[in-house]
Design a protein around this ligand. Structure first.
Ligand code: HEM
Length: 127
């Protein structure tokens, strides 16, 4: 029997479009530019692998890079509440751009809000 995961529902092509649209915004957002590399090609490649497994698809990220340990991997970067909000606003706009909507979008975005909050590792005045 066919599995029904959010990854199946979105599909690989649309997920990749979402992540490309997302990093185009990250690369121009004044709160995010200072902590991201200039070339986001590899970042986007890893995020496509990660989001695939996050949404219930094949474990592409773990196969290549091991356990995600997302909070630990973000510790080198000062992530404030402002930056978490900026990250989420880039994602919200990317979802608009690719026209992701309905329950799928709501559930996906709600999960990203929780994960983004978990990445905050620096107080606002620490930057
Ligand atoms: C990598 C920032 C939230 C998943 C990174 C990098 C930065 C960053 C600066 C390193 C980029 C590079 O060197 O290539 C942020 C900020 C966030 C945030 C400011 C705001 C809260 C999230 C969330 C997720 C996520 C919510 C997942 C749902 C990843 C992944 C990588 C990454 C998978 C690649 C890790 C690796 O293999 O190197 N992030 N991130 N991030 N982020 Fe985030």
């Amino acid at each position: 029997e066919k599995m029904h995961t959010p990854f199946d529902a979105i599909g690989e092509e649309k997920l990749h479009q979402l992540i490309d649209a997302f990093y185009r915004r990250v690369g121009q957002h004044p709160d995010l530019v200072p902590i991201f590399p200039d070339d986001l090609t590899e970042t986007a490649r890893r995020q496509k692998q990660f989001m695939t497994q996050y949404l219930g698809g094949p474990p592409l990220y773990t196969s290549e890079h091991g356990h995600p340990m997302l909070r630990a991997r973000h510790m080198p970067f000062p992530i404030t509440e402002t930056r978490a909000k900026a990250w989420l606003s880039c994602m919200n706009e990317a979802m608009d751009e690719i026209r992701l909507d309905g329950r799928l979008r709501e559930d996906f975005f709600a999960r990203l809000v929780l994960t983004a909050q978990h990445m905050i590792n620096t107080p606002e005045n620490g930057v």
